[in-house]
Write a protein that binds this ligand. Structure first.
Ligand code: BGC
Length: 457
């Protein structure tokens, strides 16, 4: 697939964004009375974080928000996706909001608006307050109301200036990695008993959406992490295993939002969702856009009969990989195929926002200009894939790079760099990479093309 950055094939009007999340860039974990989150707990487990790091000070963005705003403005982003950490705002997950932290994010919103960048916050990027997790976290239905209360506090303070909101980042990763296999916080290993966390997250999103709309929000949605599932072999066993994986990674999250019902889990021998009257109606009404984070396809083969789960995730044959190795295959056509397939299944779906796409590659730790042609190729390929999906009728409105800057990659600590901007984690110094310049030029040429199209009408 080819793509020429200075003659973008992207249709006029696509919005451009870049993303970060609080715990991954802010540092200052205890500043302004912030509370503990499940990540503070998880990173203290011996061996949980590959390099033993804590994410603090990381990019030190809490103390220097103006640096990130300048970088976002330098790209001429339409929107900047950042996250507001629940545990900083409501240290115990309940009660009045923490005024000092609310002031901080209020100032941050003002900084973005002054720089001409629309703020697009995420209200939950995985930092569940420890106190809430102790009461069951997403396994407990009570967390739904607690989350909606927190969201109302944030919207009461910022809703006069923030109109666009993401509620949850990637509920699939919270369920699969956080509660099923334990590779992310809260580190539980419940396998299929993690499934109630799907419903509680989607319901929490729906209740949060109601709270946001009641406070004037123009656009609310969440971000599903989707993957394009490929059977390793063209056999009935591998196809069946791939279909099951597709359900638990993709469809269990997409179908309630887009059709108002879950796939038939009981037919697959899985526990049914803990649905109460009215839940599904609230969920299907809850999105103004459909958010998708996409990184890679997933190749599946049937597991041994003795395995507790009936599928194995295996390397995708014949494609290049990112800094994570075979775990993260690079296949831009998978994004196109996924978008076209989702739209074919749900022709009435709302506009699509790509809320994350990007890649990590091995790069030097010390500050300095980084030439990162592999990241440029990765992004160019995926933007071209989005353009093809748009040509095929998929209503994609926005594309977001993960990430604006190098950050703390959860259990992988500082070993994976995803940024358009290099961060020296010793000094906090930020240096735009070649991909930053490339993305800036791409945005400029796409906007110039859009203006020309508009004028020639
Ligand atoms: C998450 C980010 C993460 C990125 C790369 C996404 O799943 O939302 O927090 O850094 O992937 O792994």
């Amino acid at each position: 697939m080819t793509f020429e950055p200075h003659r973008p094939t992207v249709p006029a009007g696509l919005r451009w964004s870049a993303a970060t999340s609080a715990f991954q860039i802010e540092g200052s974990r205890e500043a302004d009375g912030g509370g503990r989150s499940i990540w503070d707990d998880y990173l203290e487990r011996p061996g949980a974080i590959i390099d033993g790091s804590t994410g603090d000070p990381g990019g030190d963005s809490y103390r220097h928000p103006e640096l990130d705003v300048a970088l976002a403005a330098g790209l001429a982003l339409d929107r900047y996706r950042f996250s507001i950490p629940w545990a900083r705002l409501q240290p115990d997950g309940r009660g009045n909001g923490n005024t000092a932290a609310l002031d901080h994010y209020s100032r941050f919103v003002d900084l973005l608006l002054e720089a001409g960048v629309t703020p697009f916050p995420t209200l939950f990027h995985w930092e569940m307050p420890s106190a809430m997790e102790a009461e069951g976290g997403w396994l407990s239905r009570d967390t739904v109301a607690r989350f909606a209360d927190y969201v109302a506090i944030v919207a009461d303070r910022l809703g006069d200036r923030v109109e666009h909101w993401y509620t949850l980042n990637e509920p699939a990763m919270t369920t699969l990695q956080g509660y099923a296999v334990g590779a992310l916080a809260p580190g539980k290993q419940l396998l299929f008993d993690a499934l109630p966390t799907v419903h509680h997250q989607l319901l929490a999103h729906a209740r949060a959406s109601e709270a946001l709309r009641a406070r004037g929000a123009a656009q609310v949605g969440l971000l599903n992490n989707h993957t394009w599932v490929l059977p390793l072999h063209d056999t009935a066993e591998d196809q069946q295993a791939a279909a099951l994986y597709d359900i638990i990674h993709n469809r269990v999250f997409s179908e309630p939002l887009l059709t108002g019902g879950y796939p038939d889990l009981e037919a697959l021998g899985l526990p049914a969702m803990p649905v109460h009257d009215g839940d599904l109606e609230a969920i299907v009404r809850s999105i103004d856009f459909y958010g998708i984070n996409f990184y890679n396809p997933t190749t599946i083969t049937a597991a041994d009969a003795a395995s507790p789960i009936p599928f194995d995730i295996v390397p995708t044959p014949g494609v290049p990989v990112t800094g994570f190795g075979p775990e993260w295959p690079i296949m831009p056509s998978a994004l196109r195929d996924l978008l076209i397939d989702l739209h074919a299944r749900h022709p009435e779906m709302p506009p699509v926002i790509i809320g994350e796409n990007g890649a990590s590659f091995p790069e030097p730790d010390d500050a300095g200009r980084v030439e990162d042609p592999a990241r440029i190729d990765y992004l160019a390929g995926h933007i071209a894939a989005v353009a093809e999906a748009i040509d095929a009728g998929v209503p994609v409105e926005e594309f977001t790079v993960w990430s604006l800057l190098d950050n703390w990659e959860w259990a992988d600590g500082y070993t994976q760099r995803f940024g358009l901007v290099h961060v020296d984690f010793e000094t906090g110094e930020r240096t735009p990479k070649a991909s930053y310049d490339w993305y800036r030029d791409l945005i400029a040429s796409a906007k110039a093309a859009a203006t020309t199209t508009e004028e020639s009408r």
